[in-house]
Design a protein around this ligand. Structure first.
Ligand SMILES: Nc1nc2c(ncn2[C@@H]2O[C@H](COP(=O)(O)OP(=O)(O)OP(=O)(O)O)[C@@H](O)[C@H]2O)c(=O)[nH]1
Ligand SMILES: [Mg+2]
Length: 320
């Protein structure tokens, strides 16, 4: 597979194929990602999170236009909500986004949450890497942000936008879900509806209660009507401001190091576990071990420590 090389040259079909192999968790995908890694790190990644139906996709759609007008190339990862009451909007998203199909500066993929068991955030981050390496300036990631996998996705972005809408007792719900903690920017969408000022006052009051040390980031609150394309330029400006803040405050480097640690740890775990499983599984060793564990002839802790002692003598003792 030369997918990474071709994707780097801007070959969209190769990139799409690579993304499929990431979704299918094919071993080749890891090799290709390794080749891409040194070409990543330039994109600014923006998460758009908020309750179902709050207008995230509509906002993403208008943001694509706004960034394209500024000559920026855009990648979009839509993490499809798979709950029955929101599932229907995926079709709407497709139709809405279709108008960007002909634009070479826009690359859109959706990632279904169904069927993923904790691997969702890993796949999403890998897809961010692909788009980043393809040279996309801005990557927009839409997610409902409720499951753990999605929270991990939000932690991987540079700027996190939380969308709220008036009238649904929405802010209270979101505070409960802990989503407000992760907001770098608040967007109150559907400003054409009743109750905008109430929700704005509520958020402002909540922000007032926190102390912001000089030089720290205080999340701005923007009002938009995504369907009417209103207030979008202010959001774009907010994203630029936050980007600038991350760079000047040194927070970008800090986040890069944190991300690097998480990814390295994950890679280490999976290559280590894969290798150990391969080794102990020679002549049915894994089945025998599972038998012993199931019948309580040994325990998982001693079995793991034993294997570690053999594999890396230094790491096998309990003190490590
Ligand atoms: N009145 C009003 N309606 C809006 C606005 N923005 C989006 N909508 C409508 O709200 C509905 C949901 O919009 P989406 O963009 O699909 O919302 P979403 O948050 O992506 O929804 P899920 O992906 O299902 O969580 C659609 O019917 C939109 O047309 C707005 O500013 N004002
Ligand atoms: Mg949506």
């Amino acid at each position: 597979m030369e997918l990474a090389k071709q994707a780097l040259k801007g070959d969209v079909r190769a990139a799409a194929k690579l993304i499929r192999s990431i979704e299918d968790e094919l071993p080749e995908a890891t090799e290709e990602l390794a080749k891409l890694y040194s070409h990543t790190g330039s994109a600014h990644i923006v998460g758009i999170t908020g309750s179902p139906g709050s207008g995230k996709s509509t906002l993403v759609d208008t943001l694509i236009d706004a960034f394209r007008r500024r000559d920026k190339t855009v990648g979009v990862i839509a993490i499809d909500p798979s709950s029955p009451f929101t599932g229907g909007s995926i079709l709407g998203d497709r139709i809405r986004m279709q108008r960007h199909c002909m634009d070479e500066g826009v690359f859109i993929r959706s990632l279904a949450t169904r069927g993923w068991h904790g691997g969702l955030s890993k796949a999403a981050v890998s897809i961010m890497h692909v788009m980043d390496a393809m040279g996309k300036d801005i990557i927009l990631v839409e997610t409902v942000g409720v499951g753990q996998g999605e929270v991990d996705v939000i932690n991987a972005v540079h700027t996190s936008i939380v969308t709220l809408v008036p009238g649904m007792g929405d802010s209270i719900q979101t505070i409960k879900a802990g989503i407000l903690e992760i907001a770098d920017i608040f967007v109150i969408n559907k400003m054409d509806k009743e109750g905008v000022w109430e929700i704005k006052a509520e958020i402002e009051a909540m922000l007032q209660m926190r102390t912001y040390s000089p030089g720290s980031w205080r999340p701005p609150v923007f009002l938009t009507s995504a369907v009417a394309n209103e207030g979008i330029d202010e959001v774009v400006e907010g994203i630029y401001q936050h980007n600038k803040f991350l760079t000047t405050s040194g927070k970008r480097d800090l986040r890069l190091r944190e991300r690097a640690k998480i990814e390295f740890t994950e890679a280490l775990k999976s290559s280590f576990v894969d290798c150990i499983f391969r080794e102990i599984d020679k002549d049915g060793g894994l089945e025998r071990l599972l038998d012993d564990l199931a019948h309580r002839r040994t325990d998982p802790y001693s079995a793991a420590a034993n294997i570690m002692r053999k594999a890396i003598p230094k790491c096998g003792s309990p003190s490590h």
